[in-house]
Design a binder for this molecule. Structure first.
Ligand code: ADP
Ligand code: ZN
Length: 521
């Protein structure tokens, strides 16, 4: 194994898990490989065919990714080729059947549509393994579900005795179970490396959307980015990309956009300039994603919270692959989450809908927490971080620690307003009542006559929503699913709190942490 590793790849030793996985594959065992991006998963399936001289079939989601890998392998003198979904190239087909390839890449559609006679021909020459890259795409619980991945279990009977190897960089417990089940992995050897990236600093900043905040943000980013270090700024929309680039360029920054509406020539040019350090900052949508393997990216900044914590982990994880200290910052506003309740309407299955809601909730918790951000990330991926304080995230290094404040009065007001609205509305209405709104819903229902109307004017809407989140988390409030949005009502614990206030004239102290959003006030 070491000899082949050295001969073809020039590496002198294995990275953690690589040797174990390769050995298990050589023994004919199925494998589940969950290792962080950049940790060297590819070697796990690239080495066995070079040792056994039998073709490895690799299923991968994107043609562009396959092209990159195939080119890299060919340059090392390895016989690699790919079959696209609209494959017309007969020679690849017949050469493949002839056993002429060490590695044969194909899309999931292709893998599911080639004939049994193709597999039979390939099998007669020998197949060392079938690898499924980005295996989290098989799961409806995953952040990147793809229908084409769901039929891969059909390959099992076509390739008897061939070890199946599933690889991914992000998988929660549910996703892992789905991968094993839908690929029908048998007694699989499982290699899971830690999701912790100790050299990455995690930080979150709340944003107030004032008229000039993009310019302020640009200045703040530049203060931090300084004169050196490659930086990616991810935005959630193309419009945001354009505006942020504009703001940065006005401040004299070396920044360019990257998104799907640009021509592929222009995108390639931006990618190239970034790779060669001619360009310092790329402001991009998620289109700037897979296939970026620049090791010395120093910062990944998110302008707006991504749609899941998996996506955030994967995107932010593109920095610091060389192991040097690097920063992951997120700027978010509450409106990043507000739009999302509606997006779930388009999902057909209940599982898919719940999965999307769960991952939104996790991303939101990550933003709102006053605890260690790293530990939230690690717990999400099923790890048990030992340290309470990682010493390398904004919450853990905050001078003086987390600030707490007695918010009993405010909690009392909010619970009362929710009570007034009778559990028939989302959070917006009771907060409008507190803030003295005379909007249609407030007036039509007579809530403007309520004694709490206008008593919460001193705080803005986000502040109240942030408090509501905390009260939901503590069980003072509860939410139930309505038709289009969630309805909020007072839970038992909240009722007790209100009861003791009105019957004993006593509002007990309620010490709550001041999070990012509340601190913005
Ligand atoms: P992943 O698929 O897990 O994201 P890759 O397989 O692309 O990671 O590998 C990431 C980088 O690590 C590549 O540049 C690769 O050349 C390098 N690499 C992989 N294995 C080794 C090894 N044993 N020794 C040194 N470098 C390695
Ligand atoms: Zn921490």
């Amino acid at each position: 194994m070491e000899r082949v590793l050295k001969e073809f790849f020039g590496y002198t030793s294995f990275r953690p898990f690589q040797k174990e996985v390769v050995s298990q594959i050589l023994k004919g065992k199925d494998c589940l490989v969950i290792m962080a991006t950049g940790s060297g998963k590819s070697i796990c399936y690239q080495l066995p065919p070079l040792i056994t001289k039998k073709t490895a079939v690799v299923v991968s989601p994107l043609i562009s990714l396959m092209q990159d890998q195939v080119m890299g392998l060919q340059q090392r003198g390895i016989r690699a080729e790919y079959m696209g979904s609209a494959q017309t190239d007969r020679t690849v087909n017949s050469r493949a059947e002839n056993g002429d390839y060490d590695l044969l890449y194909m899309t999931p559609e292709k893998a599911c549509s080639v004939s049994q006679s193709f597999w039979t021909a390939l099998l007669s020459k020998g197949v060392s393994l079938l690898a499924v890259d980005e295996a989290h795409c098989v799961s409806e619980w995953g952040h990147d579900f793809r229908h084409e991945y769901q039929n891969l279990d059909a390959l099992r009977p076509m390739l008897p005795k061939v070890p199946f190897v599933a690889l991914t960089a992000t998988a929660t417990h549910k996703v892992r179970e789905d991968i094993v089940q839908s690929m029908n992995l048998q007694d699989a050897y499982t290699a899971i490396s830690s999701f912790d990236r100790p050299n990455l600093f995690y930080g979150v900043s709340g944003l107030n959307r004032t008229a000039t905040f993009k310019q302020e943000l640009a200045r703040e980013i530049l203060k931090d980015v300084g004169k050196s270090g490659s930086t990616i700024i991810y935005c959630t929309t193309i419009k945001d990309v354009e505006e942020v680039v504009d703001a940065l360029q006005k401040e004299g920054a070396n920044a360019r956009p990257y998104h799907a509406k640009m021509s592929s020539t222009l995108r390639t040019e931006v990618h190239r300039a970034f790779s060669t350090d001619e360009l310092q900052i790329v402001v991009a949508t998620v289109a700037f994603g897979m296939g970026i393997d620049k090791p010395d990216i120093r910062r990944v900044i998110h302008y707006g919270c991504p749609k899941s914590l998996e996506a955030y982990y994967q995107e932010s994880g593109r920095c610091g692959r060389d192991g040097f200290p690097s920063q992951c910052w997120m700027y978010y506003t509450r409106s990043d989450f507000a739009k999302r309740d509606f997006f779930t309407a388009g999902f057909t299955t209940a599982v898919r809908k719940q999965a999307v809601l769960d991952s939104y909730a996790a991303a939101k918790d990550y933003c709102a927490t006053v605890k260690c951000r790293r530990s939230i990330l690690l717990k999400y991926f099923g790890e048990n971080p030992t340290a309470e304080n990682c010493g390398n995230c904004d919450n853990c290094v905050r001078p003086g620690g987390i600030q707490y404040q007695n918010l009993a009065e405010e909690a009392h007001l909010l619970l009362s307003a929710v009570k007034v609205c009778g559990g028939n509305f989302g959070l917006g209405v009771p907060i409008d009542v507190l803030r003295g709104s005379r909007g249609k819903k407030v007036v039509d229902n007579g809530f403007d006559k309520s004694p709490v109307h206008g008593l919460g004017r001193g705080r803005n809407q986000n502040w109240w929503k942030s408090l509501a989140d905390q009260l939901l988390g503590l069980g003072y409030l509860k939410e139930t699913a309505g038709n289009n949005f969630r309805l909020v009502s007072v839970a038992d614990k909240g009722d007790q709190f209100l009861w003791s206030a009105s019957n004993m004239g006593l509002i007990s102290s309620l010490m709550l942490p001041i999070n990012q959003e509340m601190a913005l006030e």
